[in-house]
Every structure is written in structure tokens, then in C-alpha cells.
Write a protein that binds this ligand. Structure first.
Ligand code: PMP
Length: 254
């Protein structure tokens, strides 16, 4: 069965799904995105992802292409049409199609010109073997801009970081800032548990993406009475730690 994507108002077979060559997402990475896990036909942490998507759009003055309620209905339709109980939902909003000019295109009085693409990809969300065996991580300099709190589609530094990890046979790359502190993984947040049982993850400022899974894990840890420190840590501290792990919507916790 062909996978179905949603592109600017239409449900289309994935192989026919396409966007305009002058889409600003394509030309300028002028767009934002979210990845939401679907487990057993249920969206995980959906509200957190919608809230962050709206925040990302707002920070970049991108008009929402529709209401959150309408987007939930589109996703519901896509999930039905794709019949994949375990999947990753990819949502991308760009500033739309316009003649190539850095400045924002003039607002369309008829309504939003933002472009919306949503795809559903089958995913093996069972990571039990990796959980048992552990995964390898390399470090790499963090080459990104200073608004990492926005989930922008400008991902070239993360592409390079993940490629470096893959070439080293590792699962993830932890990016290191100019002061020698780990910021986060190329597509995950970074955590350690110290010998004195403190759970450490970097504070959510503009220097990292505030992971939705991170927020949930912090809540669980608090409920368990675990001591939490939201602060930056170094690769050396990670070596000294009793545990080190990553979190994201795709991996949950590894
Ligand atoms: N940091 C970065 C840079 C990411 O790309 C991701 C994945 N979206 C995360 C952290 C984890 O965020 P979440 O738990 O919301 O998936």
C-alpha cells in the first residue's frame, strides 16, 4: 500500500508529493518542523509538540497554516489512511512560495501563505536491544546558530554531526560549545547520572532545543524524588558518570 502524505491541502501518494522550487523552506531553510511518535495508534506527548511548533512559528513570524485543531484532524486522517500503528509523524511548516528574496514576502490579505507538509513514516519504536546493549556517542564541536530553541529545518550542522557519528560507528553525536560544555545531541537531548545520584541535563535556554521528551522525563524524575540539576556538563563529567543517555521523541530514552 502506498504511503499517503498531506501537502498544502491535499492527501497524495508519497511518490507524487512535491513542493514548489521557490518554497522558502527549500531555498532558505525558512521553516520549522516537529516529529511526533505514534505508538499503538496514539500520539505521544502531542500537546507538547503542538505547543512547540506554534512557539517556533511565532518566534519566526511564520503564520500558522491552520489551527491546531484542524492540524490534529489532518493527522488523524493521515494515520487512518496510512494504517501504521507505530510511526513517526513529520510536520513541516515553511514561509511558503515566493520569488527568491531574503525579506519576508508581503502578507497575503486572503490568508496564510505558509506551506504545510505532513508525512507518516513507519518506525520501529522498540529499542529494547539498544537499551540492553547501550549505544555509542561521539563528541563534535557545536557549529549551530544561537536560536537552537527554535525547531528550524536548518539542520546542516546536525547533518554533519550525525554523519560523523555514523562514520565512527556511533549512534549519536554530542555537540560541544566553545566553552567545552555539551549542548545536546544532534537530534536528542543529553543526560548524565552522577555518582552521587544527581540527574543532570542542560538548562533549556536558546542554546538547546527544549525537548518534549526531556520535559516529560524531568517530570517523571521529579515524581520519583530524583535530584535534578539543570546545568551544562562536560565530556569529562560524562566519562565519570554512572549513566549517560539521550532522549527524543524517536528514541524516547537510550
Ligand atoms: N535536541 C535536538 C537538536 C533535536 O533535534 C531533538 C529532536 N527533536 C531533541 C533535542 C529532542 O526533542 P524531542 O524530545 O522533543 O524529540
Amino acid at each position: 500500500m502506498s504511503r499517503i502524505a498531506y501537502v498544502n491541502g491535499s492527501y497524495v501518494p508519497l511518490r507524487e508529493a512535491s513542493v514548489h522550487v521557490e518554497d522558502r523552506g527549500y531555498q532558505f531553510a525558512d521553516g520549522v518542523y516537529e516529529v511526533v511518535a505514534l505508538r499503538g495508534n496514539r500520539l505521544v506527548d502531542a500537546q507538547g509538540h503542538f505547543d512547540r511548533l506554534w512557539r517556533s512559528m511565532n518566534e519566526l513570524s511564520i503564520d500558522p497554516p491552520m489551527t491546531e485543531q484542524a492540524m490534529r484532524l489532518v493527522i488523524d486522517q493521515l494515520v487512518r489512511r496510512n494504517r501504521l500503528p507505530n510511526a513517526l509523524i513529520y510536520i513541516q511548516v515553511t514561509r511558503g512560495v515566493a520569488a527568491r528574496d531574503f525579506k519576508f514576502p508581503k502578507a497575503n490579505p486572503a490568508g496564510s501563505e505558509s506551506a504545510l507538509v505532513i508525512t507518516v513514516r513507519p518506525a520501529k519504536l522498540d529499542h529494547s536491544q539498544q537499551l540492553r546493549d547501550g549505544v555509542r556517542v561521539v563528541t563534535t564541536p557545536d557549529l549551530r546558530w544561537k536560536r537552537r530553541d527554535i525547531k528550524s529545518v536548518a539542520l546542516l550542522p546536525q547533518v554533519l554531526a550525525k554523519q560523523k557519528a555514523a562514520e565512527a560507528g556511533a549512534f549519536e553525536a554530542w555537540m560541544v560549545d566553545d566553552d567545552g560544555f555539551i549542548t545536546e545531541g544532534s537530534s536528542s537531548n543529553a543526560w548524565i547520572l552522577t555518582r552521587d545520584a544527581k540527574l543532570i541535563t542542560r538548562q533549556a535556554t536558546n542554546m538547546i532545543l527544549k525537548g518534549v521528551t526531556r520535559t516529560s522525563l524531568l517530570r517523571f524524575a521529579e515524581e520519583q524524588g530524583i535530584t535534578i540539576e539543570e546545568r551544562a556538563f562536560t565530556p569529562d563529567e560524562a566519562y565519570q558518570a554512572v549513566e549517560a543517555f539521550v532522549s527524543s521523541a524517536t528514541t524516547f530514552l537510550l
